[in-house]
Design a protein around this ligand. Structure first.
Ligand code: NCD
Length: 338
């Protein structure tokens, strides 16, 4: 179970993934530590191949990118990853397709399948949409962000960024790999699928996750995300304990009536250089993007030596390559049956 109520509706999101095609990645909860380890090992393996070897892995395979919400990093990295593996890709976005005419997600998925798509990468504004698509098409589906629910590939790339920058091993991961590592996630936790996926993934590997933000953006029930998750509303107190400071933007498009005093928010929660130097001079600074410079993070911190923000993007390309290979049962996942 996902362990958190789904935003405003307060209904529990509880979905089992077993009935979906092997290779699907719909939520972090479906991944065992062994599977996370296998995905990162395959990421390492693919990264070491030369361009020609890479381009043979998914040659002739068809991958559809179905995006109902805007995206820069996630869409581009999935697309470039697929192309570098030799696959053919097609992008369907809600703005320029029959979705605008009212076609349902199911019918859009069935159309893509009829055209030969073997895997669909879906971003959708509704939590749970990837489950519906996976069930109705029987194809492996990769969740590229569903509403306020999850963004599992982001959590995996964040994990790889943390392991690499902290000098930890990226192979043979276990429940103690991140022992002694405290990750402080600050900002609009309520609306963040990135926060949810990270808060569920990182403690599986032994990390302590501190969520930080005002009550309007971080309800107490976020503690239900699982073991290893704490709440600290005082950003300075939280930051003093951090090896990793992950900053999030306020998701204006999902605020739905929540009023935020921005001046006060900036004063309490902005990660600026003075605060970083005072509280956590050695902490790794992360942000999934898009960043709003001058709001949740100061430009000089984003561009500074602690920042791993561009590395996160590069890890995204690598990790998503492995996820595509896994989805299509190729490469190091060829003989794996789930
Ligand atoms: C995030 C998303 O779309 O969930 N971005 C991303 O994928 N890197 C975060 C956001 O929109 O703020």
């Amino acid at each position: 179970m996902n362990g958190w109520t789904d935003g405003g509706t307060m209904t529990r999101v509880e979905v089992k993934t077993l009935e979906y095609a092997a290779g699907s990645l719909l939520k972090v909860g479906d991944l065992s530590v062994e599977e996370v380890s296998a995905i990162l090992a395959e990421t390492d393996r693919i990264e070491r191949l030369d361009a020609a070897e890479k381009a043979r892995i998914l040659v002739g395979r068809r991958i559809a990118l179905l995006f109902y919400e805007s995206s820069t990093r996630t869409r581009t990295s999935f697309e470039l990853a697929a192309k570098s593996l030799g696959a053919t890709t097609t992008l369907v976005s809600d703005k320029s397709s029959s979705i605008e005419k009212g076609e349902s997600l199911k019918d859009t998925g069935l159309t893509l399948r009829a055209l030969g798509a073997e895997c669909i990468i879906l971003r959708h504004a509704s939590s749970g949409a990837p489950f519906l698509l996976a069930k109705s098409t029987g194809l492996p589906v990769l969740n590229a962000g569903d509403g306020m629910h999850e963004h599992p590939s982001q959590a995996l790339l964040d994990l790889r960024t943390i392991l690499t920058r902290l000098g930890l091993k990226t192979k043979a991961l276990d429940a103690k790999t991140l022992d002694g590592v405290t990750v402080v996630i600050t900002g609009d936790i309520l609306h963040s699928r990135v926060a949810r996926s990270n808060a569920m993934l990182l403690p599986k590997l032994g990390a302590r996750v501190i969520l930080c933000g005002p009550a309007a953006l971080l309800p107490e029930y976020a503690l239900g995300l699982g073991p290893g998750v704490e709440i600290e509303r005082d950003f300075d107190k939280a930051l003093k304990q951090a090896q990793v400071a992950m900053m999030l933007r306020i998701q204006r498009e999902r605020l739905a009536g929540v009023e935020i005093d921005l001046a006060q928010y900036i004063d309490r929660y902005q990660l600026h250089m003075e605060r970083l130097e005072k509280d956590a001079p050695d902490a790794l600074v992360m942000h999934p993007g898009p960043m709003i410079r001058g709001l949740e993070i100061a430009g000089e911190v984003a561009d500074g030596p602690n920042s791993a923000i561009e590395e996160q993007v590069r890890h995204g390309l690598a990790v998503r390559s492995a996820l595509l290979v896994r989805a299509l049962g190729a490469g190091g996942f060829e003989s794996v049956t789930v």
